[in-house]
Design a protein around this ligand. Sequence first.
Ligand code: NAD
Length: 315
Amino acid sequence: MRVLVTGGAGFIGSNLCKKLLAQDDEIEVRVIDDLSSGSLANLAELDVQFFNGSILDQEILSTAAHGVDAIVHLAALGSVPRSISRPIPSHEANATGTLQVLEAARANHSAHVVLASSSSVYGKNPTLPKVETLQCMPMSPYAVSKLATEQYALAYAECYDLPVLPFRFFNVFGPGQMAGHAYAAVIPVFLEAALTGRPLPVNGDGEQSRDFTYVGTVVDTIHAALTERITGGPTNLAFGTRTTLNELISMIEHHLGRPLDIVYRERRSGDVRHSQADNTLLRSTFPGIEPTSLDVGLSATIDWMTRQLPTIPAS
Ligand code: NAD
């Protein structure tokens, strides 16, 4: 099988490339990435064919997609706050970029397309857990662009019979996820602060909750979707756990065996209060996937982050 991973030099994409290459001798992996947030270092020593460019560049995208059996579309500008300060680049990369990827798949004998949407599409809808049939009430340009991602995919399935599967990722974490930039996710931010002796910055009161999903579980599920060529509507890729940030901090303290300093700051606009997936559809579509728990995943992530320490400036 020949697979193109868009955004393959990023956190989830590089973990996926490792998984695909480790799992399957016959697989050929290509990556297209403009390195806007990803890094070539994430692909070091991996036997992938790399295309350095944007999915918005039709020429390079169609070269990268030529002859592939499947596309895993992960390239995007992540982060709610980034989209609030600059909505147009988020729209272009995430919505228009998805349209370009779907066009490339359509031009390419209807390659199977697995796409990354986000739990942020549920937005203001207060119902918990989040079942896929709930009304989407996005609260940020990022969330709208992710809703466009999945809805364009469904439109291509309807109009052109393109085989698609949009996943709604929740809070994915694990080795390879970097802190140290303005739009970093909460687990790497907390771990980097804890390991370098800085206070852990909490936006709001820390009682907001998230359904954290280990990256190994995410890439196992994508791998299964590819090998079984699974198609369908938006599918939550999370397992229905709910952990507040204050609980997460207690778990990190337990792992490190010491109390941590915390600084509470103002709540961020666009952030949802609670997030928890209904996993019924995921479980029935992928009965063979057993998730790695937050505790086990956190331990692996702390080990990985500790190994990065020489490259992280101390406080
Ligand atoms: P990431 O930022 O590490 O990876 C995204 C990659 O896409 C980067 O390597 C970046 O350089 C690349 N990219 C951005 N714009 C591009 C463009 N125009 N052309 C080519 N490459 C481009 O993010 P991630 O955490 O690995 O997320 C992967 C996908 O999953 C994204 O679509 C994101 O929106 C989605 N998602 C992630 C989470 C999470 O918790 N990490 C949650 C929900 C959804």
